[in-house]
Design a protein around this ligand. Structure first.
Ligand SMILES: Cc1cc2nc3c(=O)[nH]c(=O)nc-3n(C[C@H](O)[C@H](O)[C@H](O)COP(=O)(O)OP(=O)(O)OC[C@H]3O[C@@H](n4cnc5c(N)ncnc54)[C@H](O)[C@@H]3O)c2cc1C
Length: 290
């Protein structure tokens, strides 16, 4: 996507907002991308008007309270949503693909123990319905970043996969590297990779997800070009952010030239993790490091 940046300006990323909608979608299909990655495809008449433009855009999936069964869904208020308090458990998931013609929203869900969302993705009956909010906003990465790095664990992999596909289909050459932490070789996915991009998989083996420093170690091996046109992105367990931020800053990246997002936190359920969307957008608007 071209942006107004000129050859002399240092590019920066850009927060783009979209009208946010709430809709009830139906689980159409489920498949296994890898042993730990479940692909769910949602659709149904309410997909009308769904929009997805940016690779790391997310929707919120809303679930009934597992103990009481209570379901409190936000109501539409113009282009925004009014969230009930207390609301129902909601979890963020990347739109891996939106097929407007087929009316299908594809989401890749990491299987793990004890999560409402992961359990629903693995076990809900085909034909079940689920409330879906968003996507609300996304962060646009201009093509004038001629070198880009993407680091992720499995939760960030759907966004990275979509982003690489987008770059591969684009007309502007972008070089770079993607480093993805997965359990083992069986979790490596076939990705569409742009020319000039290297993909490295790192395996945590039997270590629990969210407990290794593999991504930070792999990052130290990556030399970030110092021409003001390099961009770095991370999506995964929150503990990786601190060392990655130090790595990016040591290479001279400043605000708007990186975006590191905690997608989950080991030991904390989605509700206990900071309200990702709002906090992230606020930090972006205030140009606070994130
Ligand atoms: C913008 C954004 C986009 C995201 N996109 C995706 C995506 O496309 N696919 C995806 O799978 N996830 C994605 N996530 C992460 C996902 O929202 C969290 O993993 C979420 O906590 C899962 O909800 P749950 O109900 O299954 O587990 P929760 O009820 O939230 O957590 C229960 C327990 O499981 C642990 N846990 C949570 N996630 C994992 C995990 N992945 N591996 C191991 N343990 C875990 C928690 O620490 C907690 O102890 C995204 C997050 C954000 C903020």
């Amino acid at each position: 996507m071209e942006t107004p940046s000129t050859a002399t300006e240092r590019p920066t990323n850009e927060l783009v907002r979209f009208p946010i909608r709430i809709r009830e979608l139906t689980l159409l299909r489920r498949s296994q991308v890898t042993p730990l990655m479940i692909r769910i495809v949602l659709g149904g008449p309410q997909h009308e008007g769904f929009e997805s433009h940016i690779a790391d855009e997310h929707v919120k999936l809303i679930f009934p309270d597992p103990e009481t069964g209570r379901l409190a869904v936000p109501t539409q208020d113009g282009d925004r949503l009014a969230w009930p308090r207390p609301g129902s458990p909601a979890r963020d998931y990347t739109v891996r693909q939106y097929d407007r013609d087929a009316g299908e929203v594809t989401i890749d869900v990491v299987a793990h123990e004890g999560g409402i969302a992961a359990t629903w993705a693995a076990t809900a009956e085909i034909g079940s319905t689920i409330w879906v909010a968003g996507p609300p906003r996304g962060i646009l990465i201009p093509d004038s970043f001629t070198w880009q790095a993407y680091l992720a664990d499995e939760t960030g992999l759907p966004a990275v996969a979509r982003r690489l596909e987008e770059l591969a289909a684009g007309s502007v050459p972008v070089r770079g590297v993607a480093v993805i932490e997965v359990r083992n070789a069986e979790e490596e996915q076939e990705l569409i990779v742009p020319e000039g991009f290297e993909v490295r998989w790192v395996h945590r083996g039997d270590a629990r997800p969210g407990t290794t420093r593999l991504l930070a170690e792999a990052a130290r091996e990556i030399e970030i070009p110092r021409d003001g046109r390099a961009y770095a992105w991370f999506g995964g367990e929150s503990g990786s952010i601190k060392p990655l931020r130090a790595w990016a800053k040591a290479a001279g990246l400043t605000k708007g030239q990186f975006d590191f997002v905690g997608y989950w936190r080991a030991g904390a359920a989605g509700d206990e993790v900071e309200h990702h969307g709002v906090i992230h957008a606020l930090k972006h608007l205030l140009r606070i490091d994130h």
